[in-house]
Design a protein around this ligand. Structure first.
Ligand code: ADP
Ligand code: ADP
Length: 230
């Protein structure tokens, strides 16, 4: 019941540094993984491999046992199942109203108007923004924008959720509210992988903590083994 498997990934940004080196990792069905490590460690780069937004120079990304294909059609299919929420919601929020923004995925996937409305309404209800459909997203708070971006991903009902820094730049209440949502999603059966600077959050939330530094995974263990001093 391994959902995503990374094997020996190497990645070098064009004209940039080596960002991943010998990275192997498995995300199991229903698992919650937190990636931690300093800025520039390669966390975002690793996450971008999971739905094919970046393609490794070498190594293999498998989804449910099959190496992923990088054709346009295969990637569209993969992205329905592996939902990605960016660190900065402004990169993901593009439409003039919250409803249209959340509807972007379903419309792109050729849902009917009826199906689109149902999936958007459900997603907005899930994140607690039912009343926000007609509002322009740009003047919402940071936490609300993050939830709109989440709703946009949830509207496609993916099995796997990838969050790059879900709580960064949020006040403590908004951060807590986002983490409660992640817990609900986990209880609903989703497999979740996040990156975070917040080691305490990683420790309390994750089933497994993956520590990265300079493009490598240097530790991968249960929170109790990783950070307990006993
Ligand atoms: P983290 O998410 O842990 O902060 P990143 O995966 O963003 O780390 O970055 C890993 C390394 O790759 C860093 O040295 C970073 O500067 C570099 N990098 C990230 N994105 C790009 C890019 N688009 N072009 C060139 N270099 C990049
Ligand atoms: P994160 O912490 O998620 O990596 P950053 O603030 O480091 O976010 O990066 C923001 C954007 O800039 C990302 O799209 C990333 O790919 C890009 N980026 C990061 N480092 C570099 C770099 N050295 N050269 C070019 N682009 C970069």
């Amino acid at each position: 019941n391994c959902i995503l498997e990374l094997t020996d990934l190497e990645y070098h940004y064009p004209n940039g540094p080596k960002a991943l080196e010998s990275v192997s990792l498995r995300l199991m069905q229903g698992e919650k993984i937190a990636l931690v490590g300093p800025n520039g460690a390669g966390k975002s780069t690793l996450l971008l491999m999971l739905n094919g937004m970046l393609r490794p120079d070498s190594g293999t990304v498998r989804f449910r046992g099959e190496p992923i294909s990088y054709s346009r059609k295969a990637l569209m299919n993969l992205r329905k199942q592996v939902g990605f929420v960016f660190q900065n919601p402004d990169h993901q929020i593009i439409a003039p109203t919250v409803f249209q923004d959340v509807a972007f995925g379903p419309v792109n996937l050729d849902y009917t108007e009826e199906e689109t409305k149902t999936s958007v309404d459900e997603a907005l209800m899930y994140v607690g923004l039912t009343e926000f459909g007609r509002r322009p997203p740009h003047n919402l708070s940071g936490g609300e924008k993050k939830k709109v971006a989440m709703a946009g991903v949830l509207a496609m009902n993916p099995d796997v959720l990838v969050f790059d820094e879900p709580t960064s730049a949020l006040d403590p209440d908004s951060a807590r509210s986002i983490m409660e949502l992640l817990d609900e999603l986990h209880h609903a059966g989703k497999s979740i992988i996040i990156s975070t600077h917040d080691v305490e959050l990683a420790y309390t939330w994750a089933d497994r903590i993956v520590l990265m530094d300079q493009g490598k995974i240097i530790l991968c263990s249960k929170p109790t083994d990783a950070f307990s001093d006993k």
